[in-house]
Write a protein that binds this ligand. Structure first.
Ligand code: FAD
Ligand code: FES
Length: 305
């Protein structure tokens, strides 16, 4: 274990654990594993590559840029499973899943933005430019955007915004209108602010400090966008309350809703089953977030899919 990770007493620091697992979906929401319809997203490969940069961009938040053609050619919503320390570090042994925040296919780079919430992300924050990092990626089913879509709704909260940023880039590339809600704990959290520019003004930035992020405050804005017929698909990540809200409002308007789920992962490849959703109740083989997700379609509970 690298000594910088130990506190003054030589023990592993205890983290506040403010990061809330997302897997317990509201009972009002039902998940559907997406059909691939013949589309196969880039398959995961093992990447051993150099860290180009790893800088703090806001309190507790870091951006790691790595060079890799395989990762740079991933699709919106796919992620990497990153070994936090070096290959010789015994701890932490398990990799941590991180959404790709930005692809640069021309430069062959992929960016990850992460919040330090525990031991693994603290170890990632210790890595330096020039270090070698081990990543499996790109992993998972990407966000689908239909060929006939001309408007999308994006709703992200906290670090969950990182799963949606590549989707915004793709929508801009295709000249699709974007309507976005970014929700944060406080005004200092930078995530999403650069995305507001990319959403070309059609964005609402809300936070907990003044109550603007309360569901009853964002509901009228989302409701108006959906009811006006301006969007055909909606994408949510980072908040169960917002997943519930968007699923409920979108269904009557035939707007397809997709969610990117979080789960603890040990392999990212479908072997260990640590990321089983358990969300399908009677299913003997629970869908896996890494193999069958992280993107799932959402329906109001009670609607047969
Ligand atoms: C597909 C996917 C994409 C993700 N993308 C990002 C991203 O872009 N940026 C980012 O900062 N984080 C992202 N995460 C979450 C990230 O993987 C966890 O924050 C990280 O693994 C925590 O590791 P740790 O060792 O620092 O924390 P730990 O010490 O393992 O945990 C600290 C706290 O976080 C909780 N936690 C840990 N891992 C998860 C998890 N996977 N889901 C829910 N709660 C968890 C623990 O229960 C605990 O309360 C993503 C997760 C998934 C599944
Ligand atoms: S992380 Fe191992 S099966 Fe999903």
């Amino acid at each position: 274990m690298t000594s910088e990770l130990l506190d003054a007493n030589g023990t592993i620091p205890v983290f506040a654990g403010t990061h809330v697992p997302q897997l317990r979906l509201p009972s009002s929401v039902r998940l559907e594993v997406m059909q691939t319809n013949g589309h196969h997203a880039p398959a995961a490969t093992f990447v051993e590559t150099e860290i180009i940069s790893n800088e703090e961009i806001a309190p507790e938040h870091y951006l790691m840029r790595v060079r890799s053609e395989a990762l740079a050619n991933g699709e919106p919503g796919q992620f990497g499973v990153i070994r936090p320390g070096s290959a010789t570090d015994i701890h932490p042994i398990l990799p941590r899943p991180m959404a790709v925040y930005q692809y640069d296919k021309a430069a062959c780079t992929a960016d990850f933005v992460y919040r330090v919430v525990g031991y693994g992300t603290a170890a990632m924050a210790q890595r330096r430019a020039g270090d070698i990092v081990e990543i499996v990626g790109p992993v998972g089913r990407p966000f689908p955007i239909s060929d006939t879509t001309n408007g999308i709704l994006i709703v992200g909260r906290g670090i969950g915004v990182c799963s949606l940023t590549t989707l915004i880039d793709e929508a801009n590339r295709r000249n699709i209108e974007i309507y976005a809600v970014f929700s944060a704990r406080n005004k200092d959290v930078v995530l999403g602010k650069d995305m507001i520019k990319k959403a070309r003004g059609n964005a609402l930035y809300v936070d907990d400090s003044d109550g603007s992020s309360d569901v009853e405050n964002v509901e009228p804005w989302i409701s108006e966008i959906i009811e006006s017929g301006r969007v055909q698909q909606a994408y949510v990540c980072g908040s169960n309350r917002l997943i519930e809200l968007v699923t409920r409002l979108a269904a009557p308007a035939d707007v397809e809703t997709y969610v990117s789920l979080e789960a603890h992962m040990a392999c990212g490849l479908g072997y260990c089953h640590s990321c089983a959703t358990g969300a399908f109740g009677e299913s003997a083989e629970s869908p896996l977030v890494c193999r069958d997700g992280p993107v799932f379609r959402c329906h109001p509970a009670g609607v047969t899919v």
